[in-house]
Design a protein around this ligand. Structure first.
Ligand code: L4Q
Ligand code: ZN
Length: 261
């Protein structure tokens, strides 16, 4: 793997990330498989997502995923409650997905994968001065994971899939203001939570994971638009379709997973 050009292919993918990122073999890596039986913790309050004054800025292709970035200079979009001791500020959300007809979620539930997984990435702005600083702290980040399963069209996802052709190439960015990710939440916010890591390099062990139990439903057609996006830049001769950009479940290593109601 030359430089730190990590990716999802055989020569630069998850199986060799440990060469440049040894924490890949650490004790709190993500994603994980959620077993059928998880201990229920009645002391876990509900997770609260206060996204009302939404502050999306743009949508971009970073060569690994499609990312919607938010203005995180104040507490307009935060999550609190659940396992969290502070409010965490929304920084970005992005997706992981499979190839045609094969699943692409990162976390699995009793060994089962979903078609895709949405990650809403937040950072602890009470304790840390910046996202980058929080990203290296054990209580620095909180990521809400939402599973996507295929079925009917999702009435709001089209605003994102329609913007995908604008970010076809790695390094492309386009305006994407006024999008409130609250429209991507399932009706029920019951969750599993555990201490883990970023699922891509640098794989920092800084994430409190909050995985919603109820998937949202999107259509095959909408998912197909994800696959119009490329891993590669406009100037590259090799055009690599962005798909299967997921890491597989990692060893639990004795960690406890808790379930809300
Ligand atoms: C010091 C810079 C760190 C950038 C970390 C960027 C990043 C955010 C979220 C995720 S994910 N898939 O665990 O939600 C992976 C990577
Ligand atoms: Zn992710």
């Amino acid at each position: 793997m030359n430089g730190n050009h990590w990716g999802y292919s055989k020569e630069n993918g998850p199986d060799v990330w440990h060469k440049n990122y040894p924490v890949a073999l650490g004790s709190r890596q993500s994603p994980i498989d959620i077993p059928r039986q998880v201990s229920h913790d009645p002391s876990l309050g509900p997770i609260v997502l206060d996204y009302d004054h939404c502050t999306s800025i743009n949508i971009s292709n970073n060569g690994h995923s499609v990312v919607v970035n938010f203005d995180d200079t104040d507490d307009r979009s935060v999550i609190h409650g659940g396992p969290l001791e502070n409010p965490y500020r929304l920084k970005q959300f992005h997706f992981h997905w499979g190839g045609k007809g094969c699943d692409g979620s990162e976390h699995t539930v009793a060994g089962n994968s979903y078609a895709s997984e949405l990650h809403l990435v937040h950072w602890n702005a009470v304790k840390y001065q910046s996202f980058d600083q929080a990203a290296t702290a054990p209580d620095g980040l909180a990521v809400v994971g939402i599973f996507l399963e295929t079925g009917d069209d999702h009435r709001w996802l089209h605003t994102i899939t329609d913007a995908m052709y604008m970010v076809k190439y790695k390094g492309s960015v386009t305006d994407f203001k006024g999008f409130n990710p609250k429209c991507l939440l399932p009706s029920n916010l019951h969750f599993w939570t555990y201490l883990g890591s970023l699922t891509t390099p640098p794989l920092h062990e800084s994430v409190t994971w909050i995985l919603l139990k109820e998937p949202i439903v999107v259509s095959e057609k909408q998912l197909g638009k994800f696959r119009l996006v490329l891993f590669t830049g406009e100037e590259e001769d090799q055009r690599l379709r962005m798909e299967n950009n997921f890491r597989t479940p990692q060893p639990l290593k004795g960690r406890r997973i808790r379930s809300s109601n």
